[in-house]
Structure formats: structure tokens, C-alpha cells
Write a protein of this length. Sequence first.
Length: 405
Amino acid sequence: MTETTAITGGRVVPVEGEPIEGGTVLLRDGKISAVEGPGFAVPSDAAVVDATGKWVLPGFIDAHAHAGVHEEAEGWAGQDTNERTDPNTAHVRALDAINPADVGFRDAVTGGVLAVNVNPGSANPIGGQTVAIKCWGRTVDEMVLREPAGLKSALGENPKRVYGERNETPSTRLGTAAVIRGAFVAAQNYQAKLAASAGKDPSSERSVVERDLKLEALSRVLRREIPWRQHCHRADDIATAMRMAREFGYDLVIDHGTEAYLLADQIAAASIPVIIGPLFTSRSKVELRNRSLANPGRLAAAGVTIAITTDHPVVPIHFLIHQATLAVKEGLDPVTALRAVTMNPARIIGCADRIGSLSAGKDADLVIWSGDPLDVMSRAERAFVDGREIYRYDYDRREGVFADV
């Protein structure tokens, strides 16, 4: 049976395109069927949701978080962010550690965040494979948007602290870069062996190249199938990230980018996106000395494509839009701020064909807000994933009500 819902009368903010006052968003069989103005004739078979006086937006996206792998209120038992046993864990997958029952996912929905790119942590120079998922589902397999969506790497304080405390490599920034470069050289050699063995008699032992999960993952980066997700805060580490990307020719995404504004012209010229944040933190380590809510606006003004992250649970994921709001207060353009939590992260994680804006053919993942989401007093009132209402805020009970998963 066809399921059709028409959300009518609201201020529709498609993100790609001008806002529509009194618009209609038509949802049919889990997809957006139409986004139209006030004269649109709603099909007779559609269930009508009156959004008069409300704002209708695509679900927000956090392109760098640890929801599901760093579970809240679980202590060590729910901490699966870092496999701290090897500087190179390119073969591990966030997919295999995500618990859909983590309360962080429900928190995300209450803040209008309907999708997240889950990253391994930053203890290792090469931390593992990321996965883009929706924030609603019974198993992670049914939540997946793209897997893998990137390969996580870290420069700077974290890996040198973790391994330096053990007197192991890498204990310095130069050691960290050497681990990464050595891994990519090994992956290049692996690809050369595969190419050389192609077409040979598979029964010949000399023609067989044994599978290597680490080198397979790194090879996907070298083939530019997935981006290299580079954790780096300080300007010198960002410069190292860009240097290695030039050397090996992969697609680079800068994660965190606390001092990226110092190299904004170079980053913009190289068309490297920056996922900036978390922004609601103290300066807990040297790398964060220049952390500022003004930095997103500085980057955007220089022509850098930005997304904003909570790095959940560092900052609770439902505060994603509030970080954007305070960045606007410090100079970020409001339109860019909304793009930084919708279309920009969708493109960075390779899911812009399905999420990130309200347009026909995309997944029917959207949120009805009580007002402008950049106003901290506005509330996500209703959320839809694949056209199904999964959340509604109950004003009488002063709490959100979720559907059954």
C-alpha cells in the first residue's frame, strides 16, 4: 500500500533553493515526492500534517561523531572508539561496534540530527573505517547510508601521547607521519602486486596475492573511493596533512581544524573541506589554544567548505545546531550555518544523493521545527525518517515521544 504524507503550510527551507512560505513537502513511499509552493494541490490519498507557523527542514547531519561506539552512561563497557593496540588499525570498522540502542541516537533525533558519520577515535595514526548511518533503526545494518564512508587518521597530540607513554613508535609528530607514509607505500606496493598478478593462472602459487585487510582499506583511499579523514588541530599538523595528501594523491578532509583559519587561503585553494569542532569545549590541551566560535565564519569567508561537528559525546549531539547558532553570533552567515549541518556534511560523507536537502527523489528524512532552528528557543517538534514519523514532542508531558523502532 502506498504511504503518502503531505506536510503543508510551513516555511519550507530546502537548503538548496530559496525558502518557501506556506510550502508543501510531499512524502511518498519513503522518498520526497515533491517540494511545492502554496498553490500545490495535495493528493486526495495523502495524510496531511499541518505545519502552519512552523519551519520544515532536512534532518541535520553530524559528519564526525562517535555515537554508538562511545556509548553514554555505560563506562568502559560501552567504550569501543579506539583499538589502541597498533598504530595502524586501518582494517577495523566502526560498523562492527555500533550499538543502535545507545541513548545518544535518541538525543540526536531530539535535536533534529537524523544522520551521523560514526568515526573510530584518534588514538592511532590510522584509526579505522568510518560509516555514515541514520540515527534510527533496530540494527546498524538497516541504518547504513554508506560504508565505508572514509578512513580515519590522526596527527598531533593524541597518537604521540598514547604511544609515547609506552615508549613505542610513534612518540613524536615525525614518527606519526612516518607511520602513515609507510602504510601508504605498503598499500601502493600491494596494488602493484595485484596488478602484476591479474590475468595469471590462479593455480600458480606465484600468482596469488594474499588478502590484507589493512592494505585493502588504504588502497580504497589511494583509488579515491573514500576520503582520508584527518584529525588535526594545529596549523603545522594541518600543513602535514596537506603535504601527505599531495604526495599520495588522495581526497583529504580535515577534521576538527582548530587552527585551519590560519591556512584558510591554502585550504580553500586546494578545495579541502573542514569539519570544524567541537566548539563547546574548554581549551583542554595545547592544540585547542586557538579554539574560537569565530573560526567557522573565518573559514567560510575565505571560501572553505565547512561542516560543524559535536564530536559526540565530547559535546552532546543534540547541541549541534546550537554550535551553529553561536558561530552565527560570531560572524558566520546564517545560510552557511544551515548548510554546515545539512548539505555540506552530506557531500563530505558521500551521501548527498540521499540526504542533506529537501528535493524530489531524496530520502524523506526531515524535521518540523517550532521556529527558526538558529533560535535557541526553537524546538524540533516532529521528525520523519524514510517518510515515517519517528518522534514527536509532547508539550503536555514536556518530553519527546518516540515511535517503536
